[in-house]
Design a protein around this ligand. Sequence first.
Ligand code: FHN
Length: 416
Amino acid sequence: MNRIERTKWFLDDRFGMFIHWGLYAIPARGEWVRSREKMSVEDYEEFFEEFNPTNYNPKEWARAAKAAGQKYAVLTTKHHDGFCLFDSKLTDYKATNTPAKRDLIKEYVEAFREEGLKVGFYYSIIDWYHEHYPAFGDRNHPMRDNEDFKDKNIDFDQYLEYMHGQVRELLTNYGKIDIMWFDFSYDDMTGEKWRATELINMIREIQPDIIIDNRLGGNIKSSNPEIYAGDFYSPEQIVPPGGIVDENGEQIPWEACITLNDNWGYHSKDKNYKSPKQVIRTLVECVSKNGNLLLNVGPDAKGLIPDESIEILEVVGKWMRRNGESIYGCTASSLPKPEWGRYTQNGNKLYAHVYDRGIGPIYFAGLKGKIKKARLLADGSELHVQTPWMAEQYSDIESGAFINLAGAQLPDEMDT
Ligand code: FHN
């Protein structure tokens, strides 16, 4: 199966849930808290000793994602702090050894599959806990600066054996997995420094259909990418202005990962949430540029997705129930971006996302005589293709068409 075949479902689904969860939910100051605050192993250990998310019910998470219109999810199996949410046989630093005594990943996979969502694993190739993970390059991770290793006998290959072994565990012990989301290469720590070709060959052997992001390194834009360049590009906290193409101008699958507030992991004081309208327009913008949106939630230490996130997802879901046809299976349109909003397209169906209705009918450049009928997606009501009186006087619009929105209440204007 090639990349086009592997990513077809992904490009149809368009909208997923990212979930950052782990010990860092207890200090509740984001997933980099240990590094940023230079906590000692002992300081951070207390969170390991107390981690017990009594309200963790991934069925609730799955239902929230499904109701929001999300078709897949990616959950952190291990973040940079090295703590494993799964019952790895290669470490004691795992959820089954905390008061939780649960394989949190097993429960996640079962719950999301039961709701019909595809499941993905996020796995950090950076590891601040493993004794043989040193810092490389000038982007030392404060918890592992060279001072820590001056007198220690580091054998990085032992870390790589551990890392590859855990990826094998994850892709062997939990059934079919749809996405492997690695995070992240940097400076000279990229590609074969992770023994990436060997790792990808192993992954493809165990889960041939799985899709993999581009963060093992390698140049996915190259017409002859390294085997570990991945199946999709993973822009973060940005929608690439012109989408993403390779050196031949061919579309590359991509997925923008975006936080709902300013943190990936739970941060109890971060109330800077995006509005539902911002989320919906970001989703439309991604699809209008041939991309996906992976929207993040950071559950708290009890295992609950914050109420603010749930409320946003509920409004997004209400919009998706009316307008999801303009997202799922859609791509960019070949038409130039209209003044009043954005286009998405699916075959001969063109979807007009009208952000600014202006006055009078809205104008569709280049579509004179090409619009057979128009319907308001939100309620299926008929809209009239209507050339306004005197329009012929404006030569620049002679190739255009007009649709009269008079009386139509646009989704943005509805109470969603
Ligand atoms: O350092 C991580 C960060 O904590 C978060 O997981 C994001 C999500 O894509 N990735 C890295 C930053 O690029």
